[in-house]
Ligand binder design. Structure first.
Ligand code: SF4
Ligand code: SF4
Length: 382
């Protein structure tokens, strides 16, 4: 069996020329960009935009990484488009805010349609046999994924596999959370989405990563690394090893291997480039306990309230904008105004909350953090 190849490249700056050199070096180890894209093909690049945020906030894939990969694709004679569907709102303003649009305009790239999509069957899926996928992805010949290395409340870590969730247009994403409240089902759906879309190449921006309260409101963590692979499971496993979390804990790993998407086992991964050990960061703040399985029933609600992290609003930071209420996946809303009073921070009903963490992910003030109940803290030490 051929081993999955993951290239580790040091890059300690977002200076355009240095990122370009680093990406070029990494791609050369994988055989060059022409292995992944041929002249005349339509390739769509998928950075992680989440919600458009200035590049120095570390929420989005840095424009310098986007520029470097885009330039190499363009040089090969590829017709390049790009896009991402944010948690809410149209994609273009978010692309603009993240600095990606400016680079796309400069390079003459087309903004792909990630705001609407079409229904596609996936008969070989492990779980989800049908998806709505953005037109911009379906109308391309192939996708190059540009994930950002960040923490994530639901699946612990957001990287190469999770990045393709942005290929589901707009608020449709929250329906997947409602349908699949169990984190392991949700992760299996993410794997299915990847085996459907089949990105050709993944280049992860880990130069400045995010730890703690990610994927939007965490702390910046300089890791000075770019990771490249055609295997998203192996790439994520490598990023996990850098962040000192066991890949098995990330719920996309096992279904990813089962679906043939890739491998997370060290013995099946060939690391190329620089030594993994020189990037390992034992101080990286990430939840190292496996997500709790189970989605329904009174007992599960009882258990969930005692052992899973709950979103909590920091009243001092909250501006009462109401975004968390809009973004709450469930009906009736698990976070809402108290008796309709919009002048005070919203309140949670944890019995209704499915712990999808969409509210925490989208709060523009970073006012929502995840708190562990006592039993969860004990569980994490077992
Ligand atoms: S999204 Fe954040 S700032 Fe806005 S109401 Fe909710 S907690 Fe407050
Ligand atoms: S309150 Fe937050 S975590 Fe709970 S269901 Fe709503 S969006 Fe998800």
């Amino acid at each position: 069996m051929n081993k999955a190849r993951v290239v580790i490249i040091r890059c300690d700056t977002y200076a355009d020329d240095q990122v370009l050199t680093a990406v070029q070096k990494g791609l050369d180890m994988l055989g060059g960009i022409s292995v992944f894209a041929k002249p005349g093909e339509r390739i769509v690049m998928k950075p992680n935009i989440l919600i458009g945020t200035e590049p120095d906030k570390g929420v989005t894939t840095h424009p310098a990484v986007f520029r470097a990969v885009g330039k190499l694709l363009k040089d090969v004679g590829v017709s390049v488009s790009y896009g991402d569907s944010p948690c809410f709102g149209k994609s273009e303003p978010n692309l603009r805010k993240s600095g990606i649009k400016e680079v796309g305009d400069e390079l003459g790239f087309i903004v792909a349609d990630f705001d609407s999509g079409r229904s596609v069957s996936h008969k070989d899926a492990l779980l989800m046999k049908k998806f709505v996928v953005a037109n911009g992805v379906l109308d391309s010949d192939g996708l190059v994924s540009l994930p950002k290395l960040k923490t994530h409340g639901l699946v612990r870590f957001t990287g190469a596999v999770k990045n393709q969730f942005g290929c589901v247009p707009g608020l449709l994403k929250s329906q997947y959370h409602v349908k699949l409240p169990d984190p392991y089902d949700f992760a299996t759906m993410l794997v299915d989405l990847n085996t459907l879309i089949k990105p050709r190449l993944y280049i992860m921006d880990g130069i400045v990563a995010m730890e703690g309260n990610g994927p939007r409101s965490g702390k910046l963590k300089r890791l000075n690394v770019l990771l490249l692979s055609s295997d998203p499971i192996a790439l994520d496993a490598t990023a996990c090893r850098i962040a000192c979390i066991e890949p098995e804990i990330v719920p996309t790993s096992r279904p990813g291997e089962k679906a043939g998407l890739g491998t997370y086992h060290t013995e099946n991964i060939e690391l190329m480039g620089e030594a993994l050990e020189s990037f390992v960061d034992t101080s990286f703040e990430i939840n190292r306990t496996p997500p709790i399985s189970g989605s329904g029933g009174r007992f599960m609600v009882f258990l969930k309230n005692r052992i899973t992290q709950r979103p909590v609003i920091d009243k001092a930071k909250c501006t009462c904008c109401g975004t968390c209420i809009t973004m709450c996946s469930v009906q009736p809303k698990a976070v809402d105004w108290h008796r309709g009073d919009m002048s005070r921070p919203p309140r949670y009903d944890y019995n209704l909350c499915i712990r999808c963490y969409c509210c925490q992910e989208t709060c523009p003030e970073g006012a929502i953090y995840l708190s562990s109940p006592l039993l969860a803290r004990i569980y994490s030490r077992i």
